[in-house]
Design a protein around this ligand. Structure first.
Ligand SMILES: [Zn+2]
Length: 420
């Protein structure tokens, strides 16, 4: 942490995005301790008396960004694995090879990823933890989130051991600001019986789940027919079992299982059909889709159903996924990419996808995700010197201006503030 701020301060800026679709011009955010005390414009609400006043000038203040899906173990990679357009089933062996060859430890990579996340405005993460993940880097982390412990096991003989390991992981008490969850990896890597076990465990321990679902056409093909490239690859690895999944299954079968957990993230959801989209809308209080726009583009998938999901009231959050399929962990870059790639999505909604909806997806929407009195003082300050004049969304999204500072719970997680 490069600089401390006083326990009572007021930030004034050209734009304050409240995360609920409102932008306050010449607005302010007053902070007392870890919480927001007041938000408004000069003539709306008086800032807290006796607080340090910091005028940021041409700056936009947004709620802290929420990266609802990442694997920080790959944060040392300088670029994605494989070429753009690679099939997921061909990319996974590259990931496995990288895991066996890599020199830096998982902890070193996670530490680098946490630093990059804070430096690009993220205050809350949905992190997937695999083997070698110790949690030690979280002691130093300036940001928080949920750690979903990954479970993989397609073979019947793996079921009992994997469930026991998950039970032990479920007992991880975490650190301040971090919650525990479980992640049955995907339909092609976890048997349906084990997914059912994990959902039951999550329900008993009141834990959230995150599962990669409807990510590729080959996954949907495997479920429907029991055949295709995933089966061929699994057989070549000695990992295929005809008992792993019932032939004629569909993504909806998994959604029905996940719906009985306290909360669930459907990671990707690139190939959800209309029934599945309607199901997710009906379960929007506990289920969310995490769309990863640049990773989606890297694999060259068919257009993501994000607009159909939003139109019927399903909850969508954004994630970067990892540096194995994305050039950076910056949620600001993710929002800017999405604004360019999908101009049909209202820009205020893009901000919400990356803030409040992400916080709600991770179960903490009552505490963070928007700039409101009483919530945690989690925010990101972005230079607003570019973009079309008088258009605050353009100033943030049609620009390559950097993050100036990231504040979590009233403390600087990255950057510096002037005059304090
Ligand atoms: Zn992932």
């Amino acid at each position: 942490m490069s600089q401390s701020i006083s326990s009572r301060f007021t930030l004034r800026a050209r734009y304050v995005f409240d995360g609920r679709g409102r932008v306050l011009e010449d607005g302010f955010v007053s902070v007392e301790g870890a919480l927001i005390a007041a938000v408004g414009t000069g003539d709306e609400v008086s800032p807290v008396a006796d607080s340090d006043q910091i005028d940021l000038g041409d700056v936009a203040i947004l709620p802290g960004l929420v990266n609802a899906h990442t694997h920080l173990e790959f944060s040392m990679l300088s670029g994605p694995l494989g070429q753009p357009g690679i099939r997921l089933v061909d990319w996974i062996p590259l990931v496995i090879a990288h895991r066996t060859e890599r020199v830096p430890s998982v902890d070193e990579s996670v530490a680098v990823g946490l630093t990059e996340s804070a430096a690009s405005g993220t205050t809350l993460l949905g992190e997937i933890a695999t083997e070698g993940w110790s949690g030690a880097p979280l002691n130093q982390a300036a940001i928080g989130g949920t750690v979903f412990f990954e479970v993989i096991g397609l073979l019947p003989e793996q079921r009992a051991l994997r469930l026991e390991q998950a039970r032990q992981r479920a007992g991880w008490h975490g650190l301040q600001g971090w919650q525990t969850g479980l992640s049955p990896h995907a339909p092609y890597s976890v048997s349906q019986a084990l997914v059912a076990d994990l959902v039951e465990l999550a329900d008993r321990r009141r834990l959230p789940l995150a599962m990669h679902l409807a990510e590729s056409p080959e996954e949907v093909e495997l479920l429907r027919t029991g055949r295709g490239p995933f089966r061929e690859w699994l057989e070549s690895m000695g990992l295929w079992s005809p008992d792993a999944l019932a032939c004629g299954s569909r993504i909806l079968d998994y959604l029905r299982m996940l719906a009985t957990a306290p909360r669930a993230l459907v990671i990707h959801g690139n190939y959800l059909d209309e029934d599945e989209i309607a199901f997710l809308a009906r379960h929007c209080r506990t289920m969310s889709v995490v769309y990863c726009p640049r990773t989606h583009a890297f694999f060259g998938h068919a257009p993501h159903p994000v607009e159909r999901l939003l139109a019927v009231g399903a909850r969508v959050a954004l994630g970067t996924d990892s540096r194995a399929s994305n050039p950076s962990l910056s949620m600001l870059d993710e929002m800017r990419f999405l604004a360019r790639a999908r101009p049909g999505i209202p820009r205020e909604q893009i901000v919400q996808l990356a803030t409040l909806f992400g916080a709600e997806a991770l179960g903490v929407g009552d505490r963070t995700g928007s700039l409101e009195a009483g919530k945690q003082a989690d925010m990101v300050l972005v230079s607003a010197a570019q973009g079309q004049r008088y258009d605050p969304y353009s100033a943030v999204l049609d620009s390559d201006e950097p993050v100036i500072a990231t504040i979590q719970s009233g403390r600087l997680a990255f950057g510096e503030l002037p005059n304090c």
